[in-house]
Design a protein around this ligand. Structure first.
Ligand code: MTE
Length: 332
């Protein structure tokens, strides 16, 4: 299923990861603090195709998101050891492009994440459509380093670039019936070879409870490692929920639907005994096929031991109160 044609990536789109990593290292070493953060935010202008674009009024741009607009850094995860760019972009789950870990990187090479629009539907004041270029203007973009835990028992640490989903929800204007949000990924049989196979009930859908979606940790990612999201990681926009198993992070989202009832997600349909709606990282609730009490950090090396998995992937302080009184064995 390997598609072999010329790629259309512009040389100007290729961001030097080494520069990014060296700069991070230098800043850490020098301990420049706020000064360095400001300098970094300024140098990020290098990544913007058109720096003035971010000041353009919503609805007035026609240019596609060819590279990432300016973004700032936050304190989120600054002490974590990052998984290499190589591993983050070649060890993927994106079944629309095949079920092998290396297949998305190969099969998504020619995928076109632009032009791209996202429709907002369901329990909202009014249905709307928004382009990816306008979405990135809704809120300032920031880098957040999150630990990511896959239900299959491996984990990574990824420097995402995005904005809080709460900002998009505010713009979407849900009504008081909206209790949940459903995220729908693209299912394009022409571009996505996996969609032609009955691997999952396409399109890939995921969901969150409204308070989970509004939690400041919940991110709409449009980039990683300082560059626009690679196709295999869910270009041009995907969900990132670091206290939940990775499958909650729907990729290449085309629709966001606000609902009164809990949505039935793709994985719940595929294996209701294995995948619950909540999917919170929980070392006390085992999965029938993979252990949830420990994890293998991708890229740590052959002889590195497994890491103990933490409740809510270590984000209990930020999210634990949302589940007070909920039986997490029943609502897994
Ligand atoms: N989104 C879509 N549309 N299709 C998928 O197959 N896989 C999920 C999630 N989002 C998936 C998806 C799973 S199982 C995981 S672990 C993460 O994406 C992996 O994200 P990454 O490849 O960027 O690490």
């Amino acid at each position: 299923m390997i598609i072999q044609q010329k790629t259309d990536i512009l040389p100007s789109e290729i961001t030097p990861k080494e520069v990014f990593e060296n700069r991070r290292h230098f800043i850490k070493q020098a301990g420049f603090g706020l000064l360095a953060t400001t300098a970094l935010a300024q140098t990020n202008l290098l990544f913007a195709a058109d720096a003035t674009r971010s000041n353009a009024p919503i609805g007035k741009t026609s240019k596609s998101l060819l590279s990432l607009p300016n973004f700032t850094k936050t304190a989120y995860g600054k002490d974590e050891k990052l998984t290499s760019y190589e591993d983050v972009t070649t060890y993927n789950n994106f079944y629309e492009f095949g079920t092998g870990k290396g297949e998305p990187a190969t099969n998504a090479k020619l995928f076109k994440p632009h032009p791209w629009t996202i429709s907002i539907e369901g329990e909202v004041k009014k249905n709307k459509t928004i382009s990816i270029e306008d979405i990135v203007k809704l809120a300032p973009l920031e880098e957040r380093i999150y630990r990511m835990r896959c239900v299959e028992g491996w984990s990574m640490v990824i420097p995402w670039v995005g904005f809080p989903l709460a900002q998009l929800i505010k713009w979407a204007e849900p009504n008081t019936n909206a209790k949940y949000i459903e995220f729908v990924s693209l299912a394009d049989t022409q571009q996505m070879p996996g969609v032609n196979l009955p691997i999952l009930d396409w399109p890939y859908t995921e969901g969150l409870r409204m308070d989970e979606a509004m939690n400041p940790l919940t991110l709409m990612a449009v980039g990683l490692y300082g560059e626009k999201l690679p196709n295999q990681n869910g270009a041009p926009m995907r969900l990132v929920v670091p206290w939940k198993y990775g499958f909650k992070g729907a990729k290449s989202i085309v629709k966001i639907r606000f609902t009164e009832k809990m949505p039935i997600t793709t994985w719940m349909k595929a294996g209701p005994k294995e995948y619950g709606f909540y999917a919170n990282v929980n070392p006390q609730v085992e999965h029938p096929r993979w252990t949830q009490s420990s994890e293998k950090r991708i890229g740590a090396g052959l002889f590195a031991g497994r890491i103990k998995t933490q409740m809510f992937n270590g984000y209990t302080e930020q999210v634990g109160q949302m589940y007070a009184g909920l039986d997490l064995r029943k609502y897994f």
